[in-house]
Design a protein around this ligand. Structure first.
Ligand code: BG6
Length: 280
């Protein structure tokens, strides 16, 4: 629950719908920190040890990864925009808005780190039991640029040992926990037993997170890959922004463009999205 965490240092944006569903974002990073569908519990994990400062990434929710994924490049881990302030450009200024759009544009600071003129927009649309998150990237430069991106979704689970992910059987992945070795998992379902850090290349559009308190369906558009991540017990114990057993309550399933960068022509835009839906 977001209520247990003091977000007062950060500006928040709340969207809600008539049937009681609600979601909360921070303008810091355009970071979705809470999603409560109508009649359901909180669906996103947010670490109670997360830094909630303007100069640090938030641990949990849905970080926006752009223009670099992880350390696949010279920039800070996961890129430039998750630790920057975005601007609310649409929605959510009315108390009953079901949609919010935030925008960030390149400036002198980003230019010094990544010499391209860009804009990103994140649009969150809330339904009774669905949430759609759309990332749009614009090339405002005179030359093409390449980027990687992800919606780094932390899903909350009561017990990681009791969940499974369906839809990835037979899909090749890069095993980031083993020097990006290529592998294929033929198991019908994926279970998280220890550290898991995989980039599934050319992943199916629909995946299912099955958990005892209700399944979540994830549908991606535009993102060719999906990253599945859980730090496991040993890594988690050494993470300053996670409780030692925090790994038990989360799994990241991230629609992503990682295996091959996206090339964007001048004046062109790229859009990727995911829709999360809770099943009864
Ligand atoms: C995942 C990566 O997407 O993000 C992992 O695959 C990484 O390798 C994880 O550890 C968390 O990254 P960060 O920068 O938020 O600690």
């Amino acid at each position: 629950m977001v209520a247990a965490i003091d977000l007062s240092g950060l500006q928040t944006v709340r969207v809600e719908c008539a049937h009681g569903a609600q979601a909360v974002l921070t303008t810091h990073g355009a970071h979705l920190v809470s999603w409560m569908p109508a009649g359901a519990n909180e669906q996103l994990f947010l670490s109670d040890r997360s830094a909630l400062r303007r100069d640090a990434p938030i641990r949990g929710g849905v970080p926006v990864v752009f223009p670099q994924f992880a350390s696949y490049g010279p920039l800070a881990h996961h890129g430039l925009v998750r630790t920057r302030e975005w601007r609310l450009v649409d929605g959510a200024d009315a108390p009953s808005s079901t949609c919010a759009r935030l925008r960030i544009e390149s400036d002198a600071d980003t230019h010094a780190l990544w010499p391209h003129e860009f804009a990103c927009e994140l649009t969150v649309s809330l339904g009774e039991r669905t949430l759609r998150i759309e990332l749009r990237v614009e090339n405002r430069d005179a030359a093409p640029f390449e980027f990687r991106a992800a919606l780094h979704t932390y899903l909350r689970v009561d017990d990681i040992g009791a969940v499974r992910i369906e839809g990835l059987a037979g899909i090749a992945y890069l095993d980031r926990a083993r020097d990006d070795a290529r592998a294929i998992d033929d198991d019908h379902v994926l279970r998280v037993r220890g550290e898991l850090d995989r980039v599934y290349v050319g992943a199916p559009r629909r995946l299912l997170l099955c958990k005892p308190d209700g399944d979540v369906e994830l549908a991606a558009e535009g993102f060719p890959d999906v990253v599945v991540w859980n730090p496991g017990r040993d890594k988690c114990e050494h993470m300053a922004d996670m409780a030692p057993d925090g790994y038990r309550n989360m799994v990241c399933i991230e629609p992503a463009a990682v295996a091959a960068p996206i090339v964007l022509a001048p004046a062109a835009a790229w859009t990727g999205a995911q829709t999360l839906a809770v099943r009864a």
